[in-house]
Structures are given as C-alpha cells and as structure tokens.
Design a protein. Structure first.
Lengths: 550, 392
C-alpha cells in the first residue's frame, strides 16, 4: 500500500475513495506496462468481483450523494424561506399585470392609437374602456388601477374614482330601450345564457361574447346566477356595437338578425362624450398615453422611478426637479456609508494595533470591551445613543454643566446626519476591529524594528513596512462595514431624523405607508445589487468560507 | 528586554511642569464646573506643582505621601461637592499620587525599549490615551444606560439627585413597570416563544448541512455556501421586504409560523459558520474507526461526532438565538401585532411614546448578552481543548 501511495494523486491527508481511484488508475497503467506484448492481466478486481475502478467510483459517488443529502434539507429550507422571497421581490419590481388584467379590451384597442398624435383615441377605444371600467368598478378594482397609474401621472387616481362612480349611469340605456322595444325577450337573462351557448352566435358577436364571459365569471364568483340577474346596459351596448360592425351574419339566433336589420336606424350615444362628461381629462391624450405606456405585463417603470426618471408616452424622461429624491437618497446613502467606513478605520486601526501588540492577557481583557458592544442588542445601543445625544441628553447636560455651551444653545446632535454617523460608527466599529485584529496578529513586530534599525523614521517604518501588511485587514473590515451600513434601517430610523435617513428607510416607507410595493421592490433590487457587488469583492478579498465570528 | 531598561529619577525641570500640566487639565474641569475655568487651571497647576515638590523634596516615604494625597483630595472633594465630590476626590488623589512618583522616578520608561527617544516615549503614551478614549467611546453608551435605568424620574438624563448619589434619586420603578406592564410582558412572552423554536430549526438543519459541507467531495460547494450564508449578507430591510411580499402571497404574513421561519432563515448562517469552523479540526479517522468497529452512521454521529462538535453547535445555537431575540426589522414586516417581540416594543417605544422602561429592558438585555458571551467564550475554549489546540 505504501508503495502505491506514492503513485496516486492525493486529495486529503487521510485516504479517501478518490485517492484510491487514482491509485487504481496508476495500478492499471503499471500492470499494462509490466506486461508488454503479452496479454494484460486484466483490471484489478474488488472483493465482490467488480473492477476496482468501478467499485471505487461508486463509493465516491455514494459519498457525494450522502453529502448532498445532508445539505439538501437546509438548502431547500433556505431556498423556500429566503431565496424565494428575494426572487419574488425582484419579480415584483418589474411586474405590471394590473393594467392589462383590469383593462384587457382597452389595452388591445389602444394598440393602433398613436400617442404622439396629440388627439384622444377614437370611439371604439372608449367603448372598450366602458366595458373594462364597468366590470372593474363592479369588482372594485378600478381604484387600485388608478392608484397604480397615479404613480406615473398625478390625477389619474381621482379620474378613475370619479368615473367609476359614473360609469353605471351612462346614457347607454338608449340601446337597452331600443333593443327591448323591438323584442322584449332580450330582457330575460335566460335567453342570453342560451344565446351565448351557441358558437355561431359567439362568432357573430365577438365583443359581446367576451364581455359576457367576463361579466358572468364575475357574477359566478359573487355567487349569483347569470340566468337570473338583470342584463346590464353595457351588454346591450356591446350587442349594438357588434351588430353595427358585423351585421350579425352567421348568427344562429333569429332575434339577432332582427336587431341587426334595425341597428342602422338606432339613436346612438357617443361614449367619448359620456366619458368626457364624467371627467374632461378623458380627452387628454396624456392620460391615454400613460395607459398605453404601462399596458405591457412587465415594465421598467419602477426602476426608472427609483432613479428619478419616468416612462412617459413620449419615451423616458427625467422627473420634474421637485420630485427628484431617490438619486439624492442613493448618493446620501453611499456618502454616509463611506464616512462611517472611514471613521471606523480611523477609530478601529489604533485599537486593533494595540490589541495585537499587547500581551495576550491584557489583550483578551480589552477584547471584552470590543466584544461587549458587539454582543449587545442593536436596539440597546441605538437607545443608548438616543439618550446620549438628545438635547436634554447626557452629553449636552455635561457640556452645559461644564459651561462649554450655554443652556439656551444646546447642540443639536440627533435627528440629523451627525447622529446617524456617530451611532452607526459605534455600532459597526467591532466589525472593523475584529478583521483588522486578526490580520495584525500575523504581522511580525520584528519587521518594524528591522526597518527602524536600518534608519527608517517612525513614520516611514509604519507607512512603508507595517501599513502595507495590514491592508488586507482594512479591506476586509471596510467591505464588511460598508455592506452592513449601506442597508441599515433601525438606527437611521431612530436617530436620523429627516436628513440622516438612508434608502432603506424609504423602502420601508413605501412598503408600510405609501403602499407602492413595486417601487419599494425596485429600490430594494438596486440596493441588493450594490450589496451583491460588495459581497463579491469581499469574497475575492476574504472568501466567504473564512468569515469568523468573534 | 523590557526589564533591562534602567530607570532614573527625572530632573525637577521635567516632572514638576508635567505634573503641573496634568493638574491644570484637571483644574480646568473643576474650575469650569465651579464657575471659572481660568482660576481652575491656575489653582490646579499651582497645587500640583507644590504637591510634587513637597512629595519629592521634603518627604521620602512614598507610601505615606500617596496616602496623604488621597486623604487631602478626598476631603477637598467633599468640601466642594459632598458625596460625588468625595468619590471624584478619591479618584483624583489616587491618580495624582501615582502620577507624581511615576514621572519623578522615571517609571514610565521601565517597560519600554531603552533605545526610544523622548519623542517616541511621548507618542507611546499619547497613543495609549487615544486608544483608551476609543475604548471608552465603545463602552460608554452601554454603561450610561445602566445607571439611568434606576432613575426615579421619567427622564432620560441624570437628575441632580442621582448625581448627589441621593437614594431618593434612584428607584426600581422602571423595572417594576417592565414586569407588570401587559404590553411588555406580552412582548417578552412572544420573544420567548419565537426565538427558541427558530433556534431549534436553524440548529438542526444547520448542523446537518455543516457536516455535509465539511466532507471532502461536495459538488458546487462554493455556490451552496454562498446561498446558505446570504441571509447574513443581504440587508435586513431587503430580506424583510422580500419576505413580506412573498409571505403575504402564501398567507404566512402576520402569523407566528411565518416569523419563526423568517428568523430561522436569518440564524442559519451563524450556525453554518460556527459548526463548519469546529469541524475543520475534526479528525475524520474517528468516524472511520467507529464504522470499522461496526457502528452504523447514526450511532457514529451521536456517540462519536456529536460530543466532539457539541461546543460549536451550542455556540452556533446561541448566535442564532440572539439573532432572533434581537431581530426587529423582519418581525416588523412579517409579524403582526400578535407577534410583537421585545425589540419591536422597544422600537415603537423609541419612536413614539418614549419611556425609560426601555432603559430597564436594555439593561436586562445587556445582562443576558454578557451571560451568553461568557458561555460562548467558555465553549470556544473547551472546544479548542478538545481538539488539542491551545486556547488563545
């Protein structure tokens, strides 16, 4: 065996199936070499008669499977409870089904309308909107859609709400009256149910059939029987429109032909006028442009919003000056993370140095002072800073007592950037000290002495000899602090006021207060991308496997 | 090396000005507090210069002189500011007694290499003072919270009674409030219900996975590791947002189970990291030996592997526990009012109706952290001893 060990490639200190596999391979090669010309002795066999190579390969595979089987439960758990939510958030940041789901007819009808033309769309589009809005109003979905579109164009929300109240009282009963006057049986919903069961009728009345299906689906979901509910004006309107369009040719129902013949002489109602009557904004091409621009199922709109741009009917534009807040917030988040990282380096470097250079006993004792805040609840530390920094707080009281500041002009140290920076530097300082300390422990103090004995000044010895060796620690600590600070929420929320808040506070605001979840998801995705970039850098510098705690 | 540095008595022109400067610095504070900073500087400098001269030139019994200075300062402090003044005087007296002889005898050089220039010596001590200041910065906020939690008033600052060390200024009423107030008790109950279950989940899954990850042949090891560690790296607000959206889709938002799952996910990286670190030193031939002697994998795991990695598993569990116990962002979004935990209650308290009960809770939490920190440290040493490494 010892003879073989030297021939095979080794993967670990202890023998493993993989080593044995390599050994078997080299054994095979040697056997082949030892039997020149003559017959090869055949492959080495394991105890059960299978070739050793195959049996070892099987053992290796089994080992891999066992490792995976051990990991699998946790992996599935994390994928379900953590990765899936993140993926869902990414999906939500582009998801935009609400427009095409609530206004399916309108979205199709708007396809041919030119949003640059400066005129509102023609009557068929209004007819489509009439059907969509009527059903949406019944389902109480039109306000949600209004809210969604209001993020893109202000005023749409109230437009939808106002029109929703009016849409059931449009003058379209003209059609109902005229059709039922011709044949009163149209009033009976059961005849509609029967009519809509025939494919020929459906082909003759496509718009009516589609609207009928949506309407009855809604009625069924409410627990109503379509065969018993009154037929709404909207269905008579679509019937009229269909018959004027197709003439009802091919319909199996004789009643349809009867109406089709009379349709030419009907009194008509202009739906665009009805809408304009409800709210004159419906004649504004911008409103229609917005609906058209957000008709697709997926939209970059939220992402554009989160970088202070917007998708308008005329393409992508910058938001008005007074609505640009996100770029400012991103810049502030990055700036403050930088400041916090820098101050952590400034404060952490000396402490790490002294910890690494003191005798072990003393260093361990001082280490407790570093680890205690690290282990203390985040909220305890944040509340401590609130107590320290507020105007009637400990620091101000001490300063007043010492007579350094007057009682009337106490320093404002909280609810601004200063408060956030101080509190977060304190909270994140251990994350800088610990990696720095572990790197500095490995730097030989003799190098520094050698440099000095060769004539270097204190500064040169530090800057040219010690500092370059400590750079990996600075890198690891900085990336860690930066990752943590860029997504901080609690501390800025409590001590940040309005000027010291981060992008994460805005995300929380959109989730819980403004309910613009898409925008929250888009902002979160951008933040996540930034953190992933830093994570990748951290992986390059330190390696995820080398993360240590305490 | 250090012991070889010879020490000499320093000349009068060195130690008297140094001691006087220190006295002036201390006098500045006492003087400002009493009304005149300038007078404090002059009086402090003069007093200390005279004391230093007297101690070194007139008397030569160091012990007696230092005790004398302590008594002198204590009486002086008591006259100026009664009880707190007495304590401050005691501290100042001890410090200056020590400082005079430290500079006079040249003891400050004793532990330094003999070749250092005066400038380097000065820098050495300045640097230590800077480090001390930073460590004070690290620890002060926590230390300030503790006495304030015994405040008899509803203030977030020291009252004059507290500064006078008057027993009237202190009370346990905020602790009493914490233990009797229904909101806080409900929050405590919720925390105690959520954290252990979440810990149990993450420890059981995490330990198994760590054992799997530490075997030699794991396909996609790096990718798996990246996924398992990600809950620690992804900002909490993003995890919270994602979980809020996703859990409300599947009906887990606002349920106890949802919060437990979320917290378990957040605790997993800590378990993975600590347990894999313990397994690095695990001798695999032990499991092979056990298998050789006829133990099945389950027996091997519980009788051989588990006892050896138990310290790592427990400290991983403690990390996971404290993660869940301290977590506020995720529970804020994933939970509903019925899952209000202790940190959540503190967060609302800090944002809205601010009450010093928070400080009492904070003190209790610090005490818990100290206990956990001690346990983790002991476990780490034990595990290193078990693996034959020297504790360090």
């Amino acid at each position: 065996m010892s003879d073989l060990k030297s021939t095979g490639q080794q993967t670990a200190d202890a023998p493993t199936p993989e080593d044995a596999l390599h050994e078997a391979a080299s054994l095979d090669a040697r056997e082949a070499a030892h039997a020149p010309g003559g017959k090869a002795a055949g492959p080495v066999l394991a105890a059960d008669g299978t070739p050793l190579k195959r049996s070892l390969a099987r053992a290796l595979r089994r080992q891999k499977m066992r490792a995976l089987a051990l990991i699998a439960p946790l992996l599935i758990f994390v994928l379900l409870t953590f990765i899936a939510p993140i993926a869902d958030m990414l999906f939500r940041s582009v998801e935009n089904q609400i427009v095409s789901e609530t206004l399916p007819e309108t979205v199709v009808a708007l396809k041919d309308w030119d949003s640059e033309g400066g005129v509102p769309p023609a009557d068929p589009v209004f007819a489509a909107l009439y059907v969509d809005l009527f059903i949406a109003e019944a389902q109480k979905l039109h306000t949600r859609l209004g809210t969604r579109l209001n993020y893109e164009k202000t005023g749409v929300s109230s437009l939808f709400r106002k029109t929703g109240r009016r849409v059931g009282r449009f003058d379209t009963d003209t059609y109902t009256d005229q059709i039922t006057a011709l044949d009163p049986s149209w009033e009976d919903p059961a005849t509609w149910v029967a009519m809509m069961e025939s494919d020929a009728n459906r082909a003759a009345l496509p718009f009516t059939a589609r609207s009928w299906d949506r309407w009855t689906a809604y009625q069924l979901s409410e627990g109503d029987d379509p065969a018993k509910e009154d037929i709404e004006d909207v269905l008579f309107t679509t019937l009229y429109l269909d018959l004027r369009e197709t003439g009802g040719t091919g319909a199996a129902d004789a009643r349809i032909a009867q109406i089709a013949a009379a349709v030419g002489d009907f009194d008509t109602v202009s739906l665009s006028e009805q809408f304009a009557d409800a709210d004159k904004d419906w004649l504004d091409p911008e409103v229609w442009g917005t609906i058209k621009a957000f008709a697709p199922n997926y939209t970059p709109g939220y992402f554009l919003n989160s970088v202070d741009m917007q998708k308008t009917p005329h393409g992508i534009e910058a938001r008005p000056e007074n609505q640009q807040i996100y770029m400012k917030l991103f810049k502030r988040t990055i700036f403050m993370s930088m400041v916090i990282t820098l101050s952590c380096i400034m404060l952490g470097y000396p402490v790490a140095w002294i910890l690494a250079n003191l005798p072990t006993r003393t260093a361990n004792l001082l280490m407790i002072l570093v680890l205690l805040p690290f282990w203390t609840s985040l909220l305890v530390r944040t509340s401590a800073w609130k107590v320290m920094l507020q105007q009637q707080g400990v620091i101000n009281d001490t300063l007043v007592w010492l007579g350094i500041v007057g009682d009337a002009d106490r320093l404002v140290m909280i609810n601004n950037q200063f408060g956030t920076i101080v509190a977060m530097t304190h909270i994140l300082l251990p994350f800088m000290i610990l990696p720095l300390y572990s790197v500095m422990q490995t730097i030989q103090p003799t190098y520094l002495r050698a440099a000095k004995s060769l004539g270097a000044t204190n500064w040169t010895a530090f800057w040219r000899v010690y500092f370059p060796q400590s750079v990996p620690g600075i890198g690891a600590g900085s990336v860690l602090v930066c990752i943590l600070s860029i997504g901080y929420y609690i501390t800025p929320e409590i001590v940040g006021g309005t000027t010291g808040t981060f992008i994460s506070n805005r995300i929380a605001y959109h989730i819980s207060s403004s309910l613009n979840w898409g925008l929250a998801a888009a902002l979160g995705s951008i933040l996540l991308a930034a953190v992933m970039l830093l994570y990748w850098v951290y992986d390059k510098i330190v390696g995820i496997d080398n993360v240590k705690l305490g | 090396m250090a012991a070889l540095t010879p020490i000499f008595r320093t000349p009068v022109t060195f130690y008297v000005p140094v001691v006087a400067a220190a006295g002036a610095f201390a006098g500045l504070f006492i003087g400002t507090a009493q009304g005149s900073g300038l007078l404090g500087i002059v009086a402090g400098a003069a007093l200390l210069a005279v004391l230093a001269l007297a101690a070194t030139r007139l008397l030569d019994n160091e012990r007696a002189v230092r005790w004398g200075i302590v008594v002198l300062f204590t009486i002086g402090g008591f006259l100026i500011g009664s009880t707190p003044g007495l304590i401050l005087g005691l501290a100042f007296g001890w410090f200056f007694g020590w400082f005079i002889y430290w500079t006079y005898e040249g003891r400050y050089r004793a532990k330094l290499p003999p070749y250092l220039t005066p400038g380097q010596v000065l820098w050495h001590f300045t640097f230590r003072v800077i480090c001390g200041a930073i460590l004070v910065f690290l620890i002060t906020p926590i230390l300030v919270v503790m006495p304030l939690s015994f405040n008899a008033e509803d203030f977030f600052t020291f009252t004059p009674e507290m500064l006078r060390l008057d027993p009237e200024g202190y009370s346990l009423k905020h602790y009493k409030d914490f233990f009797t107030n229904d909101d806080w008790q409900q929050a405590l109950r919720n925390s105690v219900m959520i954290a252990p279950v979440a810990t149990l989940l993450s420890v059981s899954f995490g330990t198994l996975a760590a054992i799997g990850l530490s075997s030699e042949h794991v396909p996609f090891r790096r990718a798996i590791m990246a996924i398992l560690i990600s809950p620690m790296i992804v900002p909490l607000i993003i995890s919270a947002a994602g979980m809020y959206f996703f859990y409300s889709r599947i009906g887990l938002q606002g349920t106890y189970f949802g919060v437990v799952l979320a917290h378990a996910a957040l605790g997993i990286p800590f378990v993975i990291i600590t347990v894999t670190a313990t397994l690095v030193g695990f001798d695999r031939s032990l499991t092979r030996a056990a298998a050789n002697m006829g133990a099945d994998p389950v027996t091997t795991f519980f009788r051989v592997q588990m006892p050896l990695i138990l310290p790592g598993v427990i400290s991983g569990g403690l990390f996971a526990f404290i993660t869940s116990f301290d977590e506020v962002v995720v529970v804020l979004f994933v939970g509903s009012a019925g899952q209000k935990t202790l940190p959540w209650q503190m967060f609302t308290g800090l944002r809205e109706q601010i009450s010093p009960t928070i400080l009492a809770v904070a003190t209790i939490l610090v005490a818990i952290s100290i206990c956990l920190l001690t346990v983790v440290e002991m476990l780490r040493r034990r595990s290193e001893r078990l693996r034959g490494m020297s504790p360090g």
